[in-house]
Design a protein around this ligand. Structure first.
Ligand code: ASP
Length: 347
């Protein structure tokens, strides 16, 4: 069957090629077929567009996420799948944000990038791009196999809102600590079909509004409560993600407790995620987690920090508050969180 794929280049390492003199120059994406001739295939039509100018992903922000969501929305019926080429630094944030913005998605949106420019002999960009296009084209019984925002990197396809950049060196830079790969590319691409996400909403609906008045605070031993006090002094603050220890623990500190209770009472949404990249927040497991639970902090389960931050931006942006926001943060919107059965307290 003929497949039509839109490649959107946002910027990042992947988009450079070697010049005749041996230097690196930005790739002209309108000529992508010339640089990656393997993209010329029967039954495959590729259109490539580029951010103008392309950006290093450190400069990614909400306006760029909206731009990407709108591009996909406006060309949704024209293409069978979308491949977004993105710098690796904030790729996990963009993948998470897009997963929440694109409700009712039933086509593949595959983000990828590379550690080495596509124009270098040892590049990982060529394989990442070609496999991402193959995955974006893949069908089962005439329907796209992948119908969600996913990230292809280093031979694996991951759910986008489960990803995290774990290495600035390795070709396996991106990991998915709490969910196995959706697919592995060996000789064939093997999909793990049992865990692919299917959105119950049938029509694509772009939810653009994201709340930017949120903060993120990792805890560390010896930390002064002054820093939390300063953050909470921001009158306009709408939400705060706390990165706590282990399975969601924080120091037993009356000042910390009073600050968090006050913030919760004045309507700041507080979310608890673990500093451990693998595992989940269990608010009942240790006494050191009970304080956070008693202050109204929402347990973030096994969400990555990237997913928790962008989900909070999304939920607040949709105008949710109080119990609606609590319940939505705890529920599974796009496969970003695993439902846990309650665990018995161990201490
Ligand atoms: N700094 C670059 C970026 O994230 C690194 C990369 O392209 O992977 O845009």
């Amino acid at each position: 069957m003929d497949r039509n794929i839109l490649i959107i280049y946002t910027g990042g390492t992947i988009g450079s090629v070697q010049t005749a003199t041996g230097g690196l120059a930005p790739l002209d994406f309108s000529e992508i077929h010339r640089h990656v001739p393997e993209l010329v295939q029967d039954h495959l039509t590729i259109e490539a567009v580029s951010f103008e100018p392309p950006i290093d992903s450190s400069n990614m922000g909400m306006a760029h996420w909206v731009e990407l969501a709108r591009m996909i929305h406006s060309r949704y019926d024209e293409f069978d799948g979308f491949v977004i080429l993105h710098g690796t630094d904030t790729l996990a944030y963009t993948a998470s944000a897009l997963s929440f913005m694109l409700e009712g998605l039933h086509k593949p949106v595959i983000l990828t990038g590379s550690q080495l420019p596509i124009g270098l002999p040892r590049t990982d960009g060529r394989e990442n791009l070609l496999s991402a296009v193959e995955i974006a084209s893949a069908l089962r019984l005439d329907a796209p196999i992948v119908q969600e925002v996913a990230v292809y990197f280093g031979s694996s396809l991951y759910r986008g809102n489960r990803t995290h950049k774990a290495s600035a060196e390795s070709m396996q830079a991106i990991i998915s600590p709490n969910l196995p790969p959706l697919a592995e590319a060996g000789v064939d691409i093997q999909f793990n079909e049992g865990i692919l996400f299917r959105d119950p909403l049938m029509r694509l609906n772009v939810q653009e509004t994201m709340e930017s008045r949120i903060a993120w605070l990792p805890l560390f031993p010896g930390q002064s409560t002054e820093i939390l006090k300063r953050i909470l002094d921001w009158n306009d603050l709408k939400g705060l993600v706390l990165s706590t220890y282990g399975s969601g623990n924080a120091p037993t500190n009356t000042e910390l407790k009073a600050l968090l209770s006050d913030a919760n009472n004045r309507g700041v949404s507080l979310v608890n995620v673990s500093q451990c990249s693998h595992g989940a927040v269990h608010p009942e497991r240790y006494a050191t987690a009970h304080m956070l639970r008693d202050c109204g902090v929402i347990p973030g389960g096994d969400m990555t920090t990237e997913a928790a931050l962008t989900k909070l931006m999304h939920c607040l942006g949709q105008g949710l508050e109080g119990d609606d926001l609590r319940n939505t943060m705890r529920s599974n919107l796009r496969g970003e969180i695993t439902k846990f059965s309650p665990v018995a307290p161990v201490r």
